[in-house]
Design a protein around this ligand. Structure first.
Ligand code: C2E
Ligand code: MG
Ligand code: MG
Ligand code: MG
Length: 290
């Protein structure tokens, strides 16, 4: 049983794991020890506001450098961490690390950025979750308004989980729907959920130059965000053409390899000082496509 990861790509690793439960058990045990073994690392990917011409936020992305198997993608080990429950501990570690790092950047740079941290629905089952988050904010000194939690849309979310999200909102934390448009009933979801932002999935962005339906999806999703008064950001933007199309159609917040790949904390400081002028030249040249 291959697990469906983002969009149309299938996870080879999960496929293997399903076939070989011994490997899975072994990996699970290893994953439990990954924190104390110092094998986990957070990398950061900038989010750009094209109209401002600046980085306005950063997404924290987890990496696992396995001692013998080398680098393992989060798309592969997060589902495993969720299954064996380690996600609660790992998620807390990521949140603390990311908030601490953002506070440090805020001390070093003039304009404060926001930090987005991916959240697993499983973390919301932990009844102390909201308390943990608010403790981490107090510990690190990061103001709640600079924290955003990204959660993949999930129709099966329980009332208690929704309540936890509402509590986060009350603390002043932003909530963003990750991979928007790829799952079911996105619209009713928006009615029930305390969300502030939509992340337009990269599978649609990929088809900007080739697929009429992807272009139609993007335009429809941007219009949904506008109607619901939500912020919107496109992910997985790799080319100038994609960026141009998005901006021309009202999505000026962009994340993707076109601007920056995920990078370590030291590289981020340099990226913050980088001029985006050249990459944003499309704003003033040529006619925008619609
Ligand atoms: P996501 O949150 O939707 O993150 C976006 C993924 O797209 C990241 O993959 C990022 O590296 C990749 N990406 C960014 N820009 C581009 C681009 O221009 N082109 C392409 N092809 N890819 C791009 P990554 O880092 O492998 O993470 C995969 C998924 O793993 C994430 O998807 C997220 O769902 C999950 N994840 C990562 N870190 C965490 C974490 O700390 N906690 C939880 N619960 N999940 C995490
Ligand atoms: Mg995300
Ligand atoms: Mg995504
Ligand atoms: Mg995802």
């Amino acid at each position: 049983i291959a697990k469906k990861v983002s969009g149309s790509s299938y996870s080879f690793f999960n496929e293997q794991m399903a076939m070989n439960s011994l490997t899975k058990l072994e990996m699970g045990n290893h994953l439990r020890q990954s924190l104390e073994r110092n094998e986990l690392e957070i990398v950061y990917q900038p989010q750009v506001d094209c109209h401002l011409g600046q980085i306005v936020g950063v997404e924290a992305l987890l990496r696992w450098n396995h001692t013998t198997k080398g680098y393992i993608s989060p798309a592969d080990f997060i589902p495993l961490a969720e299954e064996i429950g380690t996600i609660v501990e790992i998620g807390e570690w990521v949140l603390r690390g990311a908030c601490k790092q953002m506070k440090a950047w805020q001390r070093e740079t003039a304009t404060p950025l926001t930090i987005s941290v991916n959240l697993s629905v499983k973390q919301l089952n932990d009844e102390r979750f909201v308390e943990t988050v608010s403790r981490i904010l107090a510990e690190t000194g990061l103001e709640a308004k600079y924290l955003e939690m990204e959660i993949t849309e999930n129709v099966a979310m329980k009332d208690e989980q929704l309540d936890a999200l509402r509590c986060l909102r009350l603390l002043g934390i932003a909530i963003s729907v990750d991979d928007f448009g790829t799952h079911y009933s996105s619209l009713s979801y928006l009615k029930r959920f305390p969300v502030t932002k939509i992340k337009l999935d990269q599978s649609f962005v990929r088809g900007v130059q080739t697929d009429d339906k992807d272009r139609a999806m993007i335009i429809a999703i941007i219009s949904v965000a506008t109607s619901f008064q939500l912020k919107i950001i496109a992910e997985g933007v790799e080319t100038e053409e994609q960026a141009r199309f998005l901006v021309a159609n009202g999505c000026s917040h962009i994340q993707g390899f076109y601007f920056f790949r995920p990078m370590n904390a030291e590289q981020m400081l340099a990226a913050m000082q980088e001029s985006l002028q050249q990459k944003l030249a499309f704003l003033t040249t040529g006619t925008p496509r619609r």
